[in-house]
Design a protein around this ligand. Structure first.
Ligand code: NAD
Length: 427
């Protein structure tokens, strides 16, 4: 998963630079620049053909001073321990910036679930829990789905945990199916959260959302629901870019008068790819993949992949762009951050912008621990409150200290975790 760069080194560099800026004591620095616990283990799985395959897996807890560690489990053939370590660290900052009482963790298994039967996947999930049950639990570390893991995987994992511990603990894991401990609103939460922060940004910039246009990269879970909420608030999505598996490249789908998001969603598959032929029939213009960057719009929403806004691709971004909201994790490279600053574009950084997902997972965790479930409206109301409060705190600090929004978000998150560590007397 490293794609030529080491994510853990990047996570540490980002941390070091903010630690320096806020004058963090050396003991706290040493503690927070690495995970507090790493478990690397093997999972033997009986395959359908009778053979046994041994998978390598990880669970990393970066920090739990503010509450139980929280973070997904990824299944990927190129998973690495360093990726998992970086993601665990980023989860600590994400839960801290939205001020939910959780820490940061992440897990992974080196495997390709697409090449495994359901039975093999179930045995892998159960094997994972048999190895980690001693260090996870509703009160100490709460996993969730991530790349190539889904609600069914979470349910098998919960069931295995409950079988081992001999009681019902729905709060051990989030991202479960609705009706089996899952929260209403989780599907929409990340995309809606992106737009709640965007709405606040525009309000502060004195821009009427109804007069804005946007271009989006991706049309998966995050992008689709961001597009839906943004359109509902009166904005016009002009272009959407996504991946085409058959052609092995991406395309941008454009409708200059504003895309009907529900119509576009009706021709996408479960992987967030849009049917090109149907789109053409519906009258969409089909442009090369990178063209989403070059549209004359007010807002860019990278909601697909990491490293999409680089010093090279940024050359395509026109002068009309006023706001970038990072729905994806890590869509902007550090050198492009400098260009965004120079242009004076307002940035809503990823671990604030896309924190709606983990916030709703936190709501699932609460509901499971209470064994009492909320309506969808209640979930969205609470989500809006959390995202809006988090945005305000970061925005006010950025304004007061004249900081780039990413740096302000880091300052708040690191400061909150450092305080928790010190108050507990760990340092
Ligand atoms: P997804 O798999 O549902 O969708 C990914 C989308 O990206 C698809 O539409 C795909 O076609 C598109 N895509 C892939 N390669 C592309 C390319 N080269 N050019 C253009 N489009 C391309 O994923 P998702 O859950 O929407 O997640 C998207 C991003 O948001 C990831 O960075 C993820 O880590 C982050 N994120 C997701 C959540 C969540 O709750 N789903 C929460 C926080 C962060």
């Amino acid at each position: 998963m490293s794609q030529g760069y080491n994510p853990f080194q990047i996570a540490q560099q980002q941390f070091n630079s903010v630690a320096e800026k806020i004058g963090l004591e050396s003991g706290v620095r040493d503690l927070l620049r690495q995970p507090s616990r790493i478990l690397e283990f093997t999972i033997p799985v009986r395959m359908d053909d009778g053979s046994t395959k041994v998978f390598t897996a990880f669970r990393v807890q970066h920090n739990d001073a503010r509450g139980p560690a929280k973070g997904g489990i990824r299944f990927h053939p190129h998973e690495t321990l360093d990726t998992v370590k970086a993601l665990a660290m980023w989860m600590t900052w994400k839960t801290a910036v939205v001020d939910i009482p959780l820490g940061g963790g992440k897990g992974g298994v080196i495997c390709d679930p697409q090449g495994m039967s359901l039975g093999e996947q179930e045995r892998l999930c159960r094997g994972y829990i048999r190895q980690v049950y001693k260090i996870i639990g509703p009160l100490n570390d709460v996993p969730a789905p991530d790349i190539m893991t889904n609600a069914q995987h979470m349910l098998w994992m919960m069931d295995e945990y409950e079988a081992i511990t001999g009681a019902r603990y729905p709060g051990v894991i989030t991202g479960k199916p609705v009706g089996m401990g899952g929260s209403l609103g989780r599907t929409e939460a990340t995309g809606f959260g992106v737009v709640f922060t965007l709405r606040e940004a525009l309000r502060n910039l004195g821009i009427d959302i109804k007069k804005t246009t946007a271009s989006i990269q991706g049309f998966g879970n995050v992008a689709e629901y961001a597009a839906r909420k943004y359109s509902e608030l009166g904005g016009a999505v002009i272009a959407v870019s996504c991946w085409c598996r058959e052609d092995n490249c991406s395309y941008t789908f454009r409708e200059k008068d504003g895309i009907d998001v529900a119509k576009l969603a009706s021709i996408k598959n479960s992987f967030g790819s849009i049917d090109k032929d149907k789109a053409r029939e519906m009258g969409f213009e089909i442009l090369p993949g990178q063209e989403w960057l070059a549209q004359e719009v007010d807002i860019l929403m990278p909601c697909a992949l990491e490293n999409q806004l680089t010093s090279e691709t940024f050359k395509k971004v026109g002068p009309s762009v006023k706001v970038i909201c990072e729905g994806a994790n890590g869509p902007t490279t550090p050198d492009c951050d400098e260009l965004i600053k120079q242009r004076g574009i307002f940035l809503i950084p990823d671990f604030l912008c896309n924190a709606g997902g983990v916030t709703c997972s936190y709501f699932e965790h609460i509901q499971c621990n209470m064994n009492y479930f909320w309506s969808k409206e209640e979930v969205f109301e609470k989500l809006d409150f959390k995202m809006t409060s988090a945005f305000k705190a970061v925005y006010e600090l950025a304004k007061e200290k004249n900081l780039y929004m990413r740096d302000a978000a880091y300052c708040i998150a690191i400061d909150r975790v450092a305080k928790a560590v010190k108050l507990r007397g760990w340092i």
